[in-house]
Design a protein around this ligand. Structure first.
Ligand SMILES: *Cc1c(COP(=O)(O)O)cnc(C)c1O
Length: 456
């Protein structure tokens, strides 16, 4: 039956989800609460509302409602780029000569070039509804900054984007897209905040990091009236917004009676993975399936596979709340040679908990292998994948080849989170044969772990 599935499946606009799925409401045990950095006590809604929009805080703390309505204004925005296609990767199956069936959900069909617009739209809408005039954020590779700039422009908000300095230098075009949507781009670390000035004084040559850009954006929000900070991954409410990916995916696959055996996604802060797996993981948590969930992270920033499960700060200046998560330490500096996103020191607390409790596994892959998979995919599927997404492609190919060896007809679903048109400097390195694989040594890791606070 599943052989008849078309190359692409689009839901109709009427079939688009009207609710997000709140994975936490299916978990028997919740992750540990955020801690207030000044008191060490669990964060109250009030603590979080000093930094974030009210509605996002309420979603962040909601562990009871299985479904949360998507407001009509956000659904209207989604219609500009959703539903996204669910694709049967026939040509990739043919090239790999595998009996496996490969499916992917493509989230790159919008100007941000990624799934990030799903949460940007929601967060900008809630900020506007609350009566704010501006928002701040950080961006690493630039997709999140672009997505939020698009959403801020649509809903009429001013936006300051602290962009990791190396990224702003390596990707001047990405920066220009953000500016075109009317947002202000500040390479980080900058002299516009105390956190930035402190880091510049200590490391004048630094290319910056996500952790540092977060410190600057949070400080800016705390010191500006009617302004809040917005985060593009990691937090529970961001995973909630991204559940639209998994919900659409499941609706499309259900039409053809296809149920995946394996679901694979790349992991930066965990938002696309959490969103893609949401409906299937909810069923697994209820004992209804045996799906194998595989997260894929870069070997150069291996927060899940080599990190510690501990309370840590979400930023490098240690001003944000503490989260219990897998972490390399908030001052871990990933190698600047690693391209693209997925360079965050921590990981979503929800996914950290699920991983810790054995509901998923994680693989770390080196970037030359990732680009090899990206080029294979580009040649047989036409789409030039983002380096981040290509982590998932790598492991999908490996799993499909295992199926070939064992003669297994597994159904593999993966998340194709975005396109790589702004990552051509990395593709150039790969094509020139100058790409290097950096893996942190035990000493590098120990140095990062030193920045994990000791809690009583
Ligand atoms: C940001 C990004 C990711 C990683 O972020 P998550 O929050 O882990 O999903 C993956 N792919 C693309 C294309 C991205 O822009």
């Amino acid at each position: 039956m599943s052989n008849k599935i078309p190359y692409k499946t689009y839901l109709s606009e009427q079939e688009m989800p009207k609710h997000w799925l709140n994975l936490k409401a299916f978990m028997k045990e919740q992750h540990a609460p955020f801690l207030n950095p000044s008191t060490g006590a669990p964060c109250t809604a009030e603590d979080l509302e000093a930094v974030f929009c009210k509605e996002c805080v309420s979603q962040e703390l909601n562990a009871t409602d299985r479904e949360i309505e998507i407001p009509k204004e956000i659904r209207d925005f989604y219609q500009m780029f959703r539903p996204s296609p669910l694709v049967r990767a026939y040509f990739l199956e043919r090239v790999l000569d595998t009996p496996a069936e490969i499916y992917y959900k493509f989230e790159g069909n919008n100007t941000s070039g990624s799934h990030k617009l799903n949460s940007a739209a929601a967060q900008a809408y809630y900020a506007k509804k609350q009566g704010l005039t501006s928002i701040t954020t950080e961006t690493g590779a630039g997709q999140w900054g672009t997505a939020l700039a698009m959403a801020a422009a649509f809903f009429g908000l001013h936006l300051d984007v602290y962009m990791v300095k190396v990224s702003a230098q390596q990707k001047p075009h990405r920066r220009e897209v953000i500016r075109t949507y009317g947002a202000n781009v500040i390479p980080s670390p900058s002299d516009t905040t105390a956190a930035g000035r402190k880091i510049l004084a200590e490391y004048p040559e630094t290319g910056g990091s996500l952790g540092c850009a977060i410190s600057e954006a949070v400080e800016k929000a705390l010191t500006t009236p009617d302004c809040k900070y917005v985060l593009g991954s990691v937090l529970d409410h961001v995973l909630l917004h991204q559940s639209v990916i998994g919900l659409e995916c499941k609706s499309a696959l259900d039409k053809y009676g296809v149920y995946p055996d394996t679901v694979i996604g790349c992991m930066g802060g965990g938002s696309n993975f959490g969103g893609l797996v949401a409906p299937y993981m909810a069923e697994k948590l209820q004992g209804k399936n045996e799906i194998e969930f595989i997260g894929v992270e870069p070997a150069s920033c291996p927060s899940m596979t080599r990190g510690r499960y501990a309370y840590d700060y979400c930023d490098s200046a240690k001003i944000t709340p503490l989260a219990k998560m897998y972490t390399l330490g908030c001052q871990f500096m990933p190698s600047p040679e690693h391209s693209g996103g997925l360079r965050y020191h921590g990981m979503s607390p929800v996914l950290s908990k699920l991983y810790h409790d054995g509901f998923m596994r994680v693989e770390a892959v080196v970037q030359s292998k990732v680009f090899e998979a990206a080029v294979c995919f580009a040649k047989c599927k036409g789409i030039l994948p983002a380096p981040e997404s290509s982590h998932a492609i790598r492991v999908t190919i490996d799993e499909a080849l295992k199926c070939k060896q064992r003669g297994e007809k597994k159904k593999i679903l993966f998340g194709l989170t975005g396109t790589g048109y702004f990552d051509l400097a990395s593709y150039k390195q790969y094509n020139d044969g100058t790409m290097t694989d950096t893996i942190p040594t035990e000493k590098d890791l120990m140095q990062g772990f030193q920045s994990i606070p000791e809690l009583p």
